[in-house]
Design a protein around this ligand. Structure first.
Ligand code: UGA
Length: 449
């Protein structure tokens, strides 16, 4: 099928690349002409595992193309995926102006019927507004627009793997014709008719994704309800960690045992600095806001958000306890990205940690495998090193803020010899407290002795 993708951020690019790899003909466009030029030159503007090879394969097969001419892209596709950003406003509400702008473009540029799919994360009832906007902006034109909601459940860093091996594909539609089109689009994914970059031989059988057809309102709600639930789980584990510290228990023992109950599950119970990124913090706010507009006070989500914000305070309690005075201390921040395997620093806890360290007069060095160039403009006074051992040279403390594999595998015996003081304050519980003690480190983490 001929598909258009509007918005070449990580969701748009992964969606476009994977659907092209699944045999569709994909036309990508973005308001940022420079981004399109970059893509045409074969440069991927974001770091996302496997995206490079999937895109290159799709370009070679002539299944994907990029254009800065939005009208041309809109006319090319039978189905249009809207993948533009929906950032939070100051009051937590999602800013839908980019969606509104795209709706106007589609209404004005389309000359044949289109199925317009919301892929961006949007609050419930957006589909209804989108349908109205398309009708209004086309000034009663003859083109017929259908709307669908197809929320994504892609995790940054494993987005390509997630797209190819979904546990569910949610499609919200209002008519059978739209449902049939969406089924056709996703059939090659569900039937495994694509070249998988993760399993070149064959994808394991246990990937049995399901396509769920719902109403548009339900589909929109499923996305926010899922992300908010995961955020709740993390905040719950973080409160348990605080309790463990007071009581003298070990949060990992507690959450592991809890998670063995299949009704709870082991995932998203990792205590530490809390959740960041461009999804959970903004989605939770948007969900609270949406709920309040329809008269529901989503108290427990507010608590989850509050707990998450307090993680940085809790971290600084540990830093103060360990370092006493921060002013004049040299400190290494290990990890800038909001989580491992991405260069995304949006709402990354590490950034708030750096801001507070600098405010308190610390001298900061920092390292991250992928996110240094994105961070540098925000904190030009920090000294950045690609090599973690260089960042650790002569520091009074190492602060671990992201769970990168290379940090997990650091040789702390070697690092200890470089540091001015053997002190690690671990915001991601990466190391064994016993092992760090044996190496002569003063070691702090969350919810463990
Ligand atoms: C999240 C969801 O997991 C995806 O399903 C969803 O599609 C996506 O948002 C989205 O809405 O686009 P993502 O933001 O990429 O994906 O990251 P996650 O892997 O979910 O992690 C979110 C944050 O929670 C990270 O800062 C991570 O370090 C933190 N986290 C995660 C914890 O603190 N503890 C955990 O146990 C798990």
């Amino acid at each position: 099928m001929r598909l258009t993708v509007i918005g070449c951020g990580y969701v748009g690019l992964v969606t476009g690349a994977c659907l092209a790899a699944a045999g569709h003909e994909v036309f990508c466009t973005d308001i940022d002409g420079k981004r399109i030029d970059q893509l045409k030159a074969g440069k991927i503007p974001i770091y996302e595992e496997h995206l490079d090879e999937v895109l290159k394969g799709a370009v070679a097969e002539k299944k994907i193309s990029y254009t800065a001419d939005t009208g041309e892209a809109i006319r090319a596709g039978e189905v249009i995926f809207i993948c533009v950003g929906t950032p939070p406003k100051d009051n937590g509400e999602a800013d839908l102006s980019a969606i509104d702008h795209v709706a106007r473009q589609i209404a004005q540029e389309a000359i044949t019927p289109k199925l317009v799919v919301e892929k961006s994360t949007v609050p419930a009832l957006t589909g209804m507004q989108l349908q109205k906007a398309l009708a209004a902006y086309s000034h009663g034109g003859k083109v017929n627009f259908q709307v669908a909601s197809n929320p994504e459940f892609l995790r940054e860093g494993t987005a390509v793997a997630d797209f190819f091996h979904p546990d569910r594909i949610v499609v919200g539609v209002e008519d059978e014709d739209s449902a049939a089109k969406m089924r056709e689009i996703y059939a090659p994914i569900l039937e495994r008719k694509f070249h998988c970059p993760i399993h070149p031989e064959k994808c394991p059988k246990d990937y049995t994704g399901e396509l769920l057809i719902t109403t548009i309102n339900s589909a929109e709600l499923i996305k926010h309800a899922s992300n908010s639930f995961l955020a709740l789980k993390i905040s719950y584990a973080n409160v348990i960690a605080d309790l463990c510290e007071r009581i003298g228990a070990n949060v990992e023992e507690v959450t592991h045992a809890m998670g063995l109950d299949p009704r709870i599950g082991t995932q998203f119970l990792k205590a530490g600095l809390g959740f960041g990124g461009f999804c959970f913090p903004k989605d939770i706010q948007a969900f609270i806001h949406l709920s309040s507009t329809v008269g529901i006070d989503f108290e427990m989500l507010k608590a989850a958000e509050r707990v998450n914000k307090q993680r940085i305070d809790r971290y600084f309690e540990k830093i103060h306890k360990a370092l006493w005075v921060i002013k004049g201390k040299r400190v290494a921040v290990l990890g800038l990205a909001f989580k491992a395997n991405t260069d995304d620093i949006r709402f990354a806890p590490a950034l708030e940690v750096i801001r507070r360290l600098l405010d308190e007069g610390a001298e900061v060095t920092a390292t991250d495998p992928e996110a240094i160039s994105r961070t540098r403009p925000h904190f030009p006074n920090v000294t950045y090193y690609q090599d973690p051992y260089q960042a650790l040279k002569d520091v009074d403390a190492a602060l671990v803020c992201t769970e990168w594999k290379i940090f997990r595998a650091l040789d702390w015996e070697r690092a200890g010899k470089l540091m001015a003081r053997r002190l690690v304050i671990d915001g991601r519980n990466l190391y064994s407290p016993q092992h760090m003690l044996e190496l002569g480190f003063d070691y702090y983490s969350f919810g463990r002795k």
